[in-house]
Write a protein that binds this ligand. Structure first.
Ligand code: F3S
Length: 413
C-alpha cells in the first residue's frame, strides 16, 4: 500500500506492519487503519489502550461476514490490546430454552468463536464500562458501539471516534488508530448549547430528550444546561444512547457534570443555541399505538445491577402475563445471580437474558410482534430492525405492561 508520507506519518514499527513483516493479517489491518487516516486527513496514528468491536450478531453479519472473520483469523491475526465484543444475536448459554433455532445458534456460535480465535474477550455487551473495562480521562481507545462510544467520550472523558466493526477490529490487531476527529482536543468542543426548559422526571424523559436533541444536532457536539437536575451515570447512559441513535452524537457535555465540562470551557465560540421546551414531540415519534404487548424489553443499553435491583423490587410477588426480557452483560447477570436478583425476577416470570438484545436478535424467529420498552434507542431501532410495533414509556409503565399484558392507559409524561 502506498502511503502519502507528507500527510500521514508512520513510525518504523507501523511501516513494518504495513509491509507485512508481522504477517498478512496484520498488514490487512494496518491497510484499513492507514486508509481511514488518509481519508480523514490524520497526521499520525495513535496507540489505543482498549477496543470494543461491533458486528457480532449473525443476523446482521450473515455468511459473508462470518467468512470474512474466519479468513482474517486464518491469516494469523490476533489482537494486541484488551478487546471486548458487542452483543450477539442470542443468549450464548440459554438460547435453546429462550426459543432460538439450532440453525441460528450454530452460526452465531461460529461468529463468536472466530472472534475468540482473534484473541477477543466474548463479553457480548454494549456496556463494557459496567463490567470492568473503564478507560480513563484522556485515554485513546477505539470503540464501535454507538452508545458505548458516547459514554466513553462524554461520561469518562476517554477519546474515541465512532468506529465501524472492521475499523475497530483493525485497531485491535494493530494496537493503533488514526489520530483524527475526537482524538484531537480541538474537535471536542461543543458546537451547540442545549437549554432544557422542561422537567426531566424519568429515564424515558431522558430518552425522549436525547431523541429530540440527536435528531436536531446530528453529528455535532451538544452542551447541555439542565436546571435542577443531578444525573447519575445511568441517566447519562440513557441520554447518550438516544442521541447516538436518532443522530450520530459521539460526544456531549453536561454543565457541571461531565468531566471535560468540569475542567474548563468546552463551548466553541459562536456556538448555536437550541431550546427544548417540551418532550411531547419525542414521545409522539417513539411511542406507537398497540395495546396488547407480546414482549417487554428492559436493558438497552444493557442493564446495570441497579436496574436489575429496581426491576426485582417492582415485580417481586407478581405473576407476569407477558414475556419480560431484561438484557444485560453476562458478568452483570452473574453478579445479579449472586445477589439473588435473577431468582426474584425469574420467580415472577421474567428472564434475565445475557449476551444479546432485541435489536440484534432474530426476533421474527421468536414470534414477537409487539414490544414495550423504556429505551428510546430500542424504540427507535426495533420497528425497522426487528419488525416490532413499539410502545415507549417509563420503566414503571413497562413493568406494569408485563404484569397485565397490556400497555397501561395512564401516561406519566
Ligand atoms: Fe445495546 Fe442493543 Fe441497545 S446493542 S445499546 S441493547 S440496541
Amino acid at each position: 500500500m502506498k502511503v502519502n508520507e507528507g500527510a500521514l506519518h508512520l513510525t518504523s514499527d507501523e511501516q513494518a506492519m504495513l509491509a507485512g513483516e508481522a504477517g498478512p493479517g496484520v498488514a490487512k489491518a494496518m491497510e484499513i487503519v492507514v486508509a481511514l487516516g488518509q481519508i480523514y486527513g490524520a497526521r499520525s496514528l495513535v496507540p489505543v489502550s482498549s477496543v470494543q468491536v461491533s458486528g457480532v450478531s449473525y443476523k446482521n453479519l450473515g455468511e459473508a461476514g462470518l467468512e470474512f472473520l474466519e479468513s482474517w483469523a486464518a491469516q494469523g491475526a490476533s489482537v494486541r490490546v484488551p478487546t471486548t465484543l458487542n452483543p450477539a444475536g442470542m443468549d450464548l448459554a440459554s438460547w435453546n430454552e429462550l426459543g432460538f433455532s439450532q440453525k441460528f445458534a450454530r452460526r452465531q456460535q461460529a461468529v463468536v468463536d472466530a472472534y475468540i480465535s482473534l484473541g477477543i474477550m466474548p463479553t457480548c455487551t454494549c456496556t463494557p464500562y459496567l463490567v470492568g473495562h473503564v478507560p480513563s480521562l484522556g485515554q485513546h481507545i477505539a470503540w464501535a458501539e454507538s452508545s458505548a462510544v458516547s459514554y466513553a467520550n462524554s461520561v469518562l472523558g476517554a477519546r474515541t471516534n465512532r468506529e465501524g466493526g472492521p475499523s475497530a477490529l483493525a485497531a485491535a490487531i494493530t494496537g493503533v488508530t488514526a489520530c483524527y476527529g475526537l482524538h484531537l482536543v480541538q474537535n471536542r468542543l461543543a458546537q451547540i448549547v442545549v437549554d432544557v426548559q422542561c422537567p426531566i422526571g424519568s429515564q424515558a424523559d431522558l430518552g425522549a430528550l436525547g431523541y429530540l436533541v440527536g435528531r436536531a444536532v446530528r453529528k455535532q457536539v451538544p452542551y447541555f444546561r439542565i436546571d435542577d437536575w443531578v444525573p447519575g451515570r445511568g441517566d447519562l447512559k440513557t441520554l447518550g444512547a438516544a442521541m447516538a441513535a436518532s443522530g450520530a452524537v459521539a460526544l456531549y457535555h453536561v454543565e457541571g457534570v461531565t468531566p471535560e465540562a468540569m475542567a474548563g470551557n468546552v463551548v466553541q465560540r459562536g456556538a448555536e443555541s437550541l431550546v427544548i421546551g417540551s418532550l411531547s414531540a419525542g414521545y409522539a415519534a417513539l411511542d406507537g399505538a398497540c395495546e396488547q404487548i407480546d414482549l417487554v424489553s428492559i436493558g438497552c443499553p444493557h442493564a446495570s445491577l441497579a436496574e436489575l435491583r429496581a426491576a426485582a423490587d417492582l415485580i417481586e410477588g407478581c405473576r407476569l402475563k407477558t414475556t419480560l426480557w431484561i438484557t444485560t452483560a453476562r458478568a452483570t447477570r452473574e453478579a445479579a445471580e449472586k445477589e439473588g436478583l435473577v431468582a426474584r425476577i425469574e420467580d415472577a416470570g421474567g428472564r434475565v437474558v445475557a449476551d444479546t438484545c432485541m435489536v440484534v436478535a432474530p426476533v421474527d424467529e421468536l414470534g414477537f410482534r409487539t414490544m414495550a420498552t423504556n429505551s428510546a434507542k430500542m424504540a427507535f431501532y426495533a420497528p425497522a430492525h426487528s419488525g416490532l410495533e413499539v410502545r415507549f414509556g417509563s420503566f414503571e409503565q413497562c413493568l406494569e405492561a408485563a404484569t397485565s399484558g397490556k400497555w397501561p392507559r395512564t401516561q406519566t409524561s
